[in-house]
Structures are given as C-alpha cells and as structure tokens.
Design a protein around this ligand. Sequence first.
Ligand code: HEM
Length: 367
Amino acid sequence: IFPMSQQSDQSTWLVTKYDDVKELLKQPSFIKDQKKLFQTAANQAKSDDVNIFENMMLDVDPPDHTRLRKLVQPFFNPKTIKQLEPRIVEIADQLLAQMEQKSSPVDLIDDYAFPLPIIVISELLGVPSEDRDRFRKWSNTIIAASNEFETDFIEDVEAFTSYLTSLFEERKQHPQDDLITKLLQAEEEGEQLSKDELYSMVVLLIIAGHETTVNLIANTMYALFQHPDQLKKLKDDPSLVEPAIEEGLRYYSPVDFSTARWAQEDMAFHGQTIRRGDLVLASISSANRDEDKFENPSQLDITRSRNAHIAFGYGIHFCLGAPLARLEGKIALERLLSTFPQIHLSENNPEWRTVFLLRGLEHLQIQ
Ligand code: HEM
C-alpha cells in the first residue's frame, strides 16, 4: 500500500498487491458511502430534484446495497444471461456483415466492440438502442468528468435526466417485458426503490454496459495481435475462447482501479496507519500482474491454469454484469475469428484512452 497524497486532514492510498487488494475489497471497515463519515447539513439536506448519482448501488453500503442488489440480481444470473446467447450471436453477425461491406481498414471498436454490448444492454433494460450515440456522449462526459461543476457535465446530466423521465413516463403507460418496467413497478411499490435509486440504477447499468465490455473485447484482441503465437493457438483450437477471455481480463484489465472506498475508523493496514476519512483505492491491473500470485504475470498465456484474476472486483460489490460480459466477450471473439480468420492489425501503436479507472483503446484499426 502506497500513499498517493498525504495532507493533514485526509490522505489518499493506493493498494497494489493481489492479496491486499482482496482484503481491502472485502473489509467492511472500508466503506463506500462517504456521506456517513461527514454528516454535514449540506449532505443531509434533501432536494426534490432527481439526482441520478444519489444512492447508486456501487456507492452504498449494506443494508441499502443488499436491498438494491437483490432487486437486479435475478436479471444477471448466469442462467438468465445464458438465454441471451442466440440474440447476442445474431447481433454479432449483423455487425460483422456490416463490417464486411466496408472498405478496409475498419475500426474494431466503433464498428464492433462498442455497439455489441450497447445493443445487448439496451434491449435488456428496454432503452431504444437507436439512442446509443446520445448515451455514448453522456456516459463519456460522466466518466471523464474531473469537475462536476463544468458546463458540459451539468448540461449532459440534465439531458440524461430528462431523457430518462420521458422514458419512464412512456414505459409506465406501456409496460414491457424489460428491466426498466420491473424497476418502475418496484418504485411504485415504494419500499424497495426510491426515485433517486431508480434513476441511478438505470444510469449505472447504462454506463457499466457502455464503458467496460467494449474494452474487454478490444483489449483482448489487441493483446492477441501483440502475441501472434497465442492468436494462432486460439484459431487452431476455438474451444480456448473462454480461457482467452479470462486471460484478456487479467492481462489488460478493462477496469484499472476499484471505485473509491473510505476508512470508517483509524486502522493499521499492512504497515501503514490509515485514518478515518482517508480515501483508499485498489489497483486491479497491478493485482492482476502480481508476481506473487501469477507465474510470468507479464506474459499473455491463454492456457494459463488457475487464472484467479480479480478483473470483476471482489466482495459484495463484485461485478453484477460479469456473466453478461463473459458471454459477450466469448461470442464476440468466436464470431470475429471465424468470420475473419485472416484478421490483423493495421496500426502498430493504437492509443490508450486517458480516462481514470478504465483501460481501453481509442481505436483499433484492423484489416
Ligand atoms: C461492479 C468490472 C461489465 C455492472 C464492477 C466492479 C468491477 C467491474 C471491477 C467493482 C468495482 C468496485 O468494487 O469498486 C467490470 C468489467 C466488465 C464489467 C471488467 C467488463 C468486462 C459490466 C456490465 C455490467 C456491469 C456489462 C452491467 C450490465 C456492474 C454493476 C456493478 C459493477 C452494477 C456494481 C455492483 C455492486 O455495487 O454490487 N464491475 N464490469 N459491469 N459492475 Fe461491472
């Protein structure tokens, strides 16, 4: 564990070793809801306006977290998700057919890795996937926001909020067999979900569905292009696709850092003194390349045994969407490599995006 910044009133820490990261993520004394530590009049005041970030499942602790997670968990269980397989294959094949029509090179991100998970999560939630350009802009602004008072940020959050208000109204009039209808019903029953929680749950799922699996697909393909022997192994034996996805998750972890945790009390943690209110972050990428846990951690090996990476986090906030992301990643690679067996990179040094928390490429040009 390293100090990232130390000030008299609050320090920020970064945890980098595999075992320590797991310990941090499962310790209840590192909490998610900072407001509990600093009960000021400002953060106790309740406004009537909807706040699309208030009480987001990822930012709260039990018992609120337990209640919120229970509500959405059934939609993301591996068994439920498996039923989406034929539809995901269909979406992948449609996107690949469109790519075939284009003159090469094409951008694997814009044309494939990005739209595929968006269409899937949009259908699952019940948001029109034609609106995906707007979601992309809003979710990019939210992810990139360094200052929540920036004009762009305020405008995009307002636009996102009023978009959801109209969508919820429409869906109340015309219920469908989708997750938004189920959440609206839970909100109407009152006890299970507040208005803020309804908005922030949908926003969380849209952002998570937009910003992560795209990186899983593109990062894994990039890693394979950088290791032609591993790419050949996978082409020769397509049954290796699942371990290849797991190794892609470990090698270029799409979520670089955990979200924020706060120390609830003064404590000792691996030789350091952490004080109440300190911010503690985990480096998931570093943990996934820890030489004390993984043999030759900086080598891509799609046949790696015991690949216990923590790319989806650990503990009670373990990624809700992991079964979906794994299935999308598997189908995306399978369909891509069987449709374009000769696929190769057409640029050597694609640029990484410079957003905090996420590891993903701007573009990945292929031929
Ligand atoms: C939580 C990674 C895809 C929904 C997390 C966390 C990680 C993660 C590391 C925990 C963060 C923390 O504890 O600070 C990933 C990766 C993905 C992915 C690497 C793709 C490869 C998805 C998808 C969805 C999703 C597709 C939804 C459709 C969520 C939600 C949480 C979460 C709702 C919060 C869970 C909770 O607080 O209980 N994810 N995620 N994720 N993820 Fe994912």
